[in-house]
Ligand binder design. Sequence first.
Ligand code: F6P
Length: 545
Amino acid sequence: MTTPSRTHSWQKLTAHRQQLFSSGTTIADLFTGDAARFRRFSVNTGEILLDYSKNLITDETTRLLLALADEAGLQDAITAMFRADVINTTEQRPALHVALRTLLPEARLNVGEEVQATLDKMEGFVEEVQKGRWKGYTGKPISTVINIGIGGSDLGPAMVTAALVNWHVPQLHCHFVSNVDPVHMRETLATADPQTTLFIIASKSFNTLETHQNAALARRWYLDNGGDVALIARHFVAVTANVRKAQAFGIDAANIFPMWDWVGGRYSLWSAIGLPIALAVGMPKFRELLHGARLVDEHFRDTPFERNIPVIMGLLAVWHSGFCGASSQAILPYSQSLNLFPAFLQQLEMESLGKSVEIDGSPVRTATGPIVWGSAGTNGQHSFHQLLHQGTHLIPADFIGIVRSVYGQDHDQHTHLLANCFSQSQALMQGKSEEEACRELLAQGRDETFARALAKHKVIPGNKPSNTLLLRELSAQNLGSLIAIYEHKVYVESVIWNINAFDQWGVELGKQLGEKLYEALTATTASERFDASTNGLINHCRKRD
Ligand code: F6P
């Protein structure tokens, strides 16, 4: 455990960065006369290729970053994770999501049997529901599944379910309700039939306000619309580590799927939290997803760092934030199916890496996790890419492309998608000089004074770094691999920054204050207990009726 800025490698990287930047070398320059750059700065695992050649890095940069990884004890940290050491120190537990998909004979915690038993239980349940043997209170089979959860109990399953739409079974429609705004639940219920609807209450803690409110609303809706109270167990199941609370809510013990404290919420889609995924696409596909993640677990654990995708991506993120001044990171999947991937990564990255103290509680001395944002290409090109190209911020981008089209058809249109993906990373790197812009305008027959003036606005500085991840196809296996790559990349960053990637104390204060604010909003007297702004807002709402 080392404060990164105190390591030799950090000092050397600082000097190296100074030299590299002051030389005026651009990313595009690095390609000139170096035909082997793509080969040297790209790496494969399974059906995934990472091209990281479009970053402002040289062989020396990677050498120094790898030395930083060694100095930070990354290899030991990886071993510690797979061995089930207590790496989530503030919550005093391991972070063992890898055990949900990979056998860990070396682990100090033997969870293999419970993981297997849970998968078997899921399998039995999925089969019952998919084959129509799991009947609602009037004897009709289930046709609508509504997952009620938030954060890790929503984003991962929702993202994967949306991404694998090509494999959805036709007889089930899966929905996800997360927001405590009742509109979310009401709109979802508007098309549902209580006789054929199954609710999954997904909450590791079974203590989360939003989930609790939505679950109660769902139960009211079920009962108010003819649902039989005696057969409520046919319509409500839970995934939780808090069996007592789930039972108190009225869930039959037999219909509670386990979660464990050694799995963080944002790392939990591989557990029974993935039940809606399994219902949507079937257990064989869910197991394929796990297999894809397992391949990356093995790659991460066993591959030398210089060929290790999560390690390389993590080190690049450290380079960008610690040495290049980047405070945000764009995630640009060129795939409509991965539309929810940036939102999923926001929780994974920002809840894990949005930390200001090191493991021992001392303040960090370097920037930690960046702001993560993005959306599916090509849509972003017509909204925010302008800022990527000509704005004042340096924003590294991860492009994610899928080589084969999802439905195995529309190849030409899919080729346009890929062409746009590659042209954007190329444009970000190359940019356009004032001379080029001016030449273009003159060639279009523009008057010279006008051309010179307009050219200044058309300059694109370029030299913007990006990675491109290419998946051969968007299979469940490759999706599992992709997610696991990012999970491990986040861990790498946390090890280098010496922060805990597995707690999230920052979200607690808002929850505590939320309870007090609710009391004030429902009180019979005007609020005077808070600051003037908060009192003013509360009292404004109290007058609404
Ligand atoms: O936002 C905080 C958080 O604890 C997340 O880490 C978690 O994924 C989410 O709330 C939901 O928690 P639970 O599954 O316990 O309802």
